[in-house]
Write a protein that binds this ligand. Structure first.
Ligand SMILES: NC(=O)c1ccc[n+]([C@@H]2O[C@H](COP(=O)([O-])OP(=O)(O)OC[C@H]3O[C@@H](n4cnc5c(N)ncnc54)[C@H](OP(=O)(O)O)[C@@H]3O)[C@@H](O)[C@H]2O)c1
Length: 229
């Protein structure tokens, strides 16, 4: 059975990706920092392992044999957490470690989850540059995320074929799986439609199974008319 390795498997996106992958018949290596905290992740077909997405050796160790990898790690889970402990270089370190570690493990496909804040608005500037549209207090996190995307792009034509899927609006934890996502481009989709974590997971697995985009970042969303039905 083919395997998928999910970094950040204990988080909201990681759990949705794990569930989608299991539903498609994959074995999942669920990478978390402390397996003891994630006993609930254990299920038939899921191996919960300790790993560090910012360490190339750790990435290589946990990823071997997988047909694809998912980067759903976030060092920031909500405004209540504050930014005192945020490492502005976190996503750059993760990009470096994933590209190096996956390449040496022979894993060729990486799908990363992006952040709405660095999609481009109607004026061509990143959403996070418009204080009226984006909370300035979250800007440090948005800048860190953006630096990680830049790092992936700087890697050029390496061994790992990556794509970053960025929610075109909000991500809704308890919203249903519609199975009708669309992929856009670098811009905020019209009306900034969001999507459920479950539909994000569908998009992630689709891009692992049948890669359509290479070394680029696009929006992912479910059109509002579809979400209402
Ligand atoms: N609208 C949007 O654009 C939008 C909305 C939400 C999320 N996102 C993005 O989606 C991705 C996933 O977000 P999420 O909502 O699923 O986040 P989440 O629920 O907070 O989960 C993040 C996971 O990352 C892990 N993690 C944190 N620091 C880590 C570290 N140093 N090394 C390894 N793992 C670490 C945490 O697990 P442990 O603490 O156990 O290690 C946690 O389970 C992120 O890139 C986030 O920015 C985008």
């Amino acid at each position: 059975m083919d395997g998928i390795v999910v970094f950040g498997a204990g988080g909201r996106a990681g759990r949705a990706v794990t569930a989608e992958a299991l539903g498609r018949g994959y074995e999942v290596t669920a990478v978390v920092r402390d397996p003891a905290r994630y006993a609930d992740l254990g299920a038939a077909g899921v191996s919960v392992v300790r790993g560090d997405v910012t360490d190339a050796g750790s990435v290589r160790e946990v990823a071997g044999g997988a047909v694809g990898a998912v980067h759903a790690v976030s060092p920031f889970s909500g405004p209540e957490q504050g930014f005192d402990s945020l490492d502005p270089g976190f996503f750059v370190k993760a990009a470096d470690a994933l590209l190096e570690g996956l390449a040496s493990a022979g894993v060729r496909r990486l799908v990363a989850v992006g952040l709405f804040a660095n999609l481009l608005g109607a004026d061509g500037r990143p959403v996070m540059d418009a204080p009226s549209a984006f909370p300035p207090e979250i800007r440090p996190f948005a800048l860190a995320h953006t630096a990680g995307l830049r790092r992936l792009r700087e890697a050029g034509e390496g061994a790992v074929d990556w794509v970053m899927l960025t929610p075109g609006g909000g991500l809704e934890q308890d919203a249903p799986r519609t199975g009708h996502h669309r992929l856009g481009d670098e811009r905020v989709p019209e009306g900034a439609p969001g999507l459920s974590y479950a539909d994000l997971a569908v998009a992630v697995l689709d891009e692992i199974e049948t890669p359509t985009l290479h070394r680029t970042r696009v929006s992912v969303f479910v059109p509002r008319d579809v979400r209402r039905t």
